[in-house]
Design a protein around this ligand. Structure first.
Ligand code: NCD
Length: 362
């Protein structure tokens, strides 16, 4: 059985195949309308969502399947103190596949350790959001005609913006990608994305606070919302929330064929007037997300006509269990009773929590 916890669970070949399937679904939806007859998708959303949950549900319904689930942690037994592990042990009796979103980082990994059906991570804290990446990749491919040789600017909350982390992990495996990271230093990209992804894959990247200065170089501008719900203090959020607001005048020096992406929801990072600009592709991402989730459901249920091929994951060099404690307040180990703390020793000699991927401070 295969899960999608991080985008790196898929090979480039598998991603390209999902894109191909999504394109075919778009052209020939009737071919797919009964593929998931008698299959059930459970959507377990412990955290708010509009697009992702409805997109998964619409995807399953369009494949002829059925959906069940909850959209509010307060209406589930987690409000009574039930662990993620127990919830999943229960729900895997009711569904053939589970899409879950959880505020704690690493919750989908815990789910996969307790599930008899495939788990799809629909967003875990500020960590990963691989199915948004699938939507982003199809949009870039459709609009730019390629996934190689692109300069991509990520702007806004790069620290907590999980969609950014997952998309960079995906792009690392394509060639000729240049990344420009645009954020205040307080919202800079986490270290593990730099060391384990961009450095490891020799990606060219630069960091700046000045969006307008780098605008002329960009083929893709990926705007993000400042993630209010992840801040430890409201004060800090209010100080940083308006760091970047894209207005029409800031686009004067942008390439005529640059595309503007945003995973949505938009708060005020993109002026509404920009929606009319043909370069604005954020609502196209929504349509593409549904197609890619359809392709993914088919794949994970083994209904895509492909032979199941398990990708070999690189094994951690060494794991240490039980002795140390993860300090990340957003880590699933802070709330999941009985969950053993596990760290891996990275190539850089630091211990990293296997659930949230935060480094253990020395
Ligand atoms: C994103 C998310 O949940 O991380 N939304 C989405 O799924 N499209 C981005 C966000 O909430 O800012």
């Amino acid at each position: 059985m295969k899960n999608l916890l991080a985008i790196t669970d898929l090979t480039v070949k598998e991603i390209d195949k999902l894109i191909e399937t999504a394109e075919d679904i778009k052209e020939n939806p009737e071919k797919y309308q009964d593929k998931c007859n008698h299959k059930r998708l459970a959507t377990l959303f412990f955290e708010p969502s509009t697009r992702t949950r409805l997109s998964f549900e619409s995807a399953m319904l369009s494949l002829g399947g059925k959906v069940l689930g909850f959209s509010d942690a307060n209406s589930s037994s987690s409000s009574k103190g039930e662990s993620v592990a127990d919830t999943i042990r229960v729900v895997s009796n009711y569904a053939d596949i589970i899409a879950m979103r959880h505020p704690k980082e690493g919750a989908p990994l815990v789910a996969s350790m307790n599930s008899s059906v495939p788990i799809v991570n629909a967003g875990d804290g500020g960590h990963n959001h691989p199915t948004q990446t699938l939507a982003d990749l199809l949009t870039i491919k459709t609009e730019k005609g390629r996934l190689n040789d692109l300069t991509i600017g990520f702007c806004g909350d790069l620290k907590f913006g999980r969609t950014v982390h997952s998309l960079i992990q995906a792009l690392a495996r394509y060639t000729g990608i240049k990344i420009v990271l645009i954020s205040p230093s307080e919202l800079a990209i986490p270290d593990y994305v730099k060391t384990d992804v961009m450095d490891k894959y020799n990606m060219q990247y630069s960091e700046t606070t000045d969006l307008e200065a780098v605008m002329p170089r960009l083929d893709v501008l990926y705007m993000t919302r400042v993630q209010k719900e992840r801040f430890e203090t409201e004060e800090e959020y209010y100080r940083l929330k308006d760091s970047y607001i894209l207005t029409t005048d800031k686009l004067v020096n942008a390439k005529k064929d640059m595309i503007i992406l945003h995973p949505l929801p938009r708060v005020n990072e993109i002026e509404v007037a920009i929606d009319k600009d043909p370069r604005a592709c954020y609502f196209k991402q929504v349509a593409n997300g549904r197609l890619m989730r359809m392709a993914l459901i088919l794949k994970l249920l083994g209904l895509d006509g492909e032979k199941a091929c398990e990708e070999k994951q690189p094994q951690p060099l060494e794991t240490v269990k039980g002795i140390m404690k993860c300090k990340n307040p957003r880590c699933i180990t802070t709330t999941e009773q009985e969950l053993e703390q596990v760290f891996k020793l990275t190539e850089n000699g630091v211990y990293r929590c296997i659930y949230c991927e935060e480094n253990l401070e020395k």
